[in-house]
Design a protein around this ligand. Sequence first.
Ligand SMILES: *[C@@H]1O[C@H](CO)[C@@H](O)[C@H](O)[C@H]1NC(C)=O
Ligand SMILES: *[C@@H]1O[C@H](CO)[C@@H](O)[C@H](O)[C@H]1NC(C)=O
Ligand SMILES: *[C@@H]1O[C@H](CO)[C@@H](O)[C@H](O)[C@H]1NC(C)=O
Length: 419
Amino acid sequence: MNNLFLYWLDTMFIAGIGVSISVLDCDSTSYLFLVSVRRVSPRFSIPPSNHEVMPGGSVNLTCVAVGSPMPYVKWIVGTQELTKEDDMPMGRNVLELVNITQSANYTCEAMSSLGIIQATAQITVKALPKPPATLIVTETTATSVTLTWDSGNADPISYYVIQYKSKTWEGTFQEVDGVATTRYSIGGLSPFSEYEFRVIAVNNIGRGPPSELVEARTGEQAPSSPPLKVQARMLSASTMLVQWEQPEEPNGQIRGYRVYFTTNPHLPLNMWQKHNTDDSHLTTVGSLITGTTYSIRALAFTSVGDGPPSDVIQLKTQQGVPSQPVDFQAEAESDTRIMLTWLPASQERITKYELVYWEEDDKNQHKKTFDPTSSYAVEGLKPDTVYKFQLGARSELGLGVYTPVLEARTAQSTHVLME
Ligand SMILES: *[C@@H]1O[C@H](CO)[C@@H](O)[C@H](O)[C@H]1NC(C)=O
Ligand SMILES: *[C@@H]1O[C@H](CO)[C@@H](O)[C@H](O)[C@H]1NC(C)=O
Ligand SMILES: *[C@@H]1O[C@H](CO)[C@@H](O)[C@H](O)[C@H]1NC(C)=O
């Protein structure tokens, strides 16, 4: 082929002018060509494609247009030209976008003498969801709170996370994850307690900021534990003073306490005598039969109902005789030693304590007498053995009622057998 012809083809190619060459005839030494110049309007062979990017992300937008003559290709965003007029490539133009912070539509424009065409790519910056709106409490029970809210987002939300915590406890939020609806009941709450709640929307980028906090108080329930440290002592030969402390789980506002007493503790509780009080923590009960042993229990009630009664305490209606020791507890300190503790008695002229104890399978009782104190270590016991204890207090005027039987097991032997 003739060099001049090749040079002409090359020039046409560089100018982007389509040239078609048809071979009309040939033999072993020469060719006969028909060379024609085609004119083709621009079209996109690779139009720019839409992208979703993370905030601060980058993307390369590729736009390729063909035609004859070859079109120039430039990028435009809004009314702003992104490709310099005097540096406009032909055919292919790659727009490098870095640190993208805003969604925008980028338009690729291809132009030749035969026309101008455009194609637009949407660049969407994916963002964390906004906080859910209008969070409200729609229902409360003693142990649950129902919340409803609005998405607060135009784009779809994957799910919500509910966070809640008790207002009276410093601490971190508890979470309910993966909530697919905009209404949810949180159960397992404590009665008569204030909580705060907030909701977080989650999409495929992550968690958005939390909604505003809402507060709710759960409803009341009957107390679920008895009054604490119930104690009784005689004020006269026929009047006793009964005292106690508020239950650990009042579950509401305590409206009052009920003291039950009887000389026959085998009767069902509803057949014992009753004495109601307001929400004070002590009461006197008169007209008792002198010289007998009374059994006493107390319970607390809210507007919803009665809590469980305390364990039985016993009292001898004999003036000057100490009452039953209160809050008697045992703890194994080793394989041979058990520590006993009780509340120190007030306003009683105790001269001695009397302790009886025995092994579970051995009725042989041991007795110890010691000066007033509020703890006593029993030593020289057998390892891994259950012991039973009863404690009574004595004054000049006589011995009071023993505590109910208390059990404790010594630790397993720590001695290692040596060969
Ligand atoms: C875009 O192209 C440039 C140059 O080829 C390259 O360095 C960069 O990594 C590309 N960016 C992306 C997001 O593909
Ligand atoms: C990205 O753009 C933001 C806002 O224009 C700027 O504060 C930040 O420094 C940029 N980050 C980088 C890596 O260029
Ligand atoms: C891009 O164009 C689409 C379709 O016309 C439009 O819905 C969208 O709002 C535009 N986006 C921006 C950021 O202008």
